[in-house]
Design a binder for this molecule. Structure first.
Ligand code: NAP
Length: 354
């Protein structure tokens, strides 16, 4: 990756917006070169991107670190066409410039945003529809931990998975950023949530945030535990990020007319399984990945979050869970921590800070 590339894919701008006059021309960011181990993450210097029509420029205070960043760094998750090649899918900070046609977001607003890339930097461009206000009572650090997880959970658990109050829900990887968001939101919306975890410490954390039962996947069979927990009925919905042999086991753990939503295949996407249960139990199997979805689809999810999730964050019913914050220059250590899987909740990069 060329360190001068953040502006490379941006729409041509004849002249910068007036508000850009107070913004420096260059910024620090984390480059990942040709990709590879965490040691490829290095501080670099590049031009500040300019917001095109319908976009805002954010001065980043904090950026979230997500598993997809690790996969992108390794060269296994290329950015979609037109997206910044720089890592980073979510930020919080203040708006310093707006492009033509932006309404409702103004220079000086404290915001968080789902970005299409480029979050590991002092400045990043975001489509205005993906920008949300910092929920009342939350810090910028907490706000930076929200977008990637809550956009993903909303669209997969409530849109695609259609989880309803009174249903049972199994979340794999409950201690992940995604998992803790899913547990809390599902519980707040009236579901009974079970989750798989890798340790007793992670189990305690998931119970604290609303899991009705936890299953230590290294020593317990989640299919058997789900049978016991649901009096043999199975769960109505499963959110899976594991894949591999979990696919067939998920089919066994689902109730009749159950739904399985796939958001990753950490144990592989090529597998052999007996799919008979798809027919016998009339199951639904779907999945999605957030990043390539259109700006209009992401804006629609943002509207849903503002209406249904922001009030839960502002009342404290749902809480951001931050495990550790690193300086931007220490992005390597942040990725090493994520790969160790010792974390419970979110890992952040501090770019400027509150
Ligand atoms: N499709 C999308 O749009 C989308 C968007 C964002 C993220 N994702 C995916 O969602 C997952 C979580 O992302 P994140 O950023 O929150 O990462 P993360 O915090 O690193 O989470 C990874 C989780 O996977 C769990 N896990 C690994 N093997 C497992 C197994 N055999 N059984 C149960 N759990 C297992 C880990 O649990 P232990 O540490 O306890 O082993 C850990 O909690 C990642 O796979 C990511 O790629 C998908």
């Amino acid at each position: 990756m060329n360190a001068d590339s953040p502006t490379r894919n941006l729409p041509a701008c004849d002249s910068p917006p007036d508000s850009m006059k107070t913004v420096p021309s260059r910024m620090k960011l984390i480059a990942h070169g040709e990709g590879g181990a965490p040691s490829v993450l290095q501080l670099a210097d590049a031009p500040v991107p300019q917001p095109g029509p319908g976009e805002v420029l954010i001065r980043v205070a904090y950026a979230g670190v997500n598993r997809p960043d690790v996969v992108q760094r390794e060269g296994r998750y290329p950015p979609p066409p037109g997206a910044s090649p720089v890592l980073g899918l979510e930020v919080a900070g203040d708006v310093v410039a707006t492009g033509d046609g932006v309404e409702g977001t103004r220079v000086g607003d404290a915001v968080c945003a789902l970005v299409n890339g480029g979050g590991y930097a002092e400045y990043v461009v975001a489509p205005a529809g993906q920008v949300l206000p910092v929920p009342r009572g939350l810090t910028l650090a907490q706000a930076a931990s929200l977008p990637e997880n809550f956009f993903t959970v909303w669209t997969n658990v409530f849109d695609r998975g259609a989880l309803r109050s009174g249903e049972t829900f199994l979340v794999h990887g409950g201690s992940s950023g995604i998992g803790l968001a899913a547990i809390q939101l599902a519980r707040a919306r009236g579901a009974t949530v079970y989750t798989t975890v890798g340790s007793a410490e992670k189990a305690r954390a998931c119970e604290r945030y609303g899991a009705a039962a936890t299953i230590e996947y290294r020593s317990e069979d989640f299919v058997e535990r789900v049978r016991t927990l649901t009096e043999r009925r199975g769960v109505n919905l499963i959110l899976d990020m594991v894949g591999g042999d979990y696919v067939e086991r998920n089919l066994r753990a689902l109730a009749v007319e159950g739904r399985l939503v796939q958001i990753a295949f950490q144990q592989g996407a090529k597998l052999t399984a007996d799919f008979t249960l798809l027919m016998v139990k009339r199951l639904h199997w779907t999945g999605s990945t957030l990043r390539p979805r259109t700006a209009a689809e992401k804006a629609h999810i943002a509207t849903q979050l503002r209406e249904h999730v922001w009030p839960l964050l502002e009342s404290g019913t749902v809480q951001p869970v931050i495990f550790e914050t690193f300086d931007l220059a220490d992005a390597r250590a942040a990725h090493e921590l994520m790969q160790s899987s010792r974390h419970i909740g979110k890992i952040l990069l501090k770019v400027a800070g509150d």
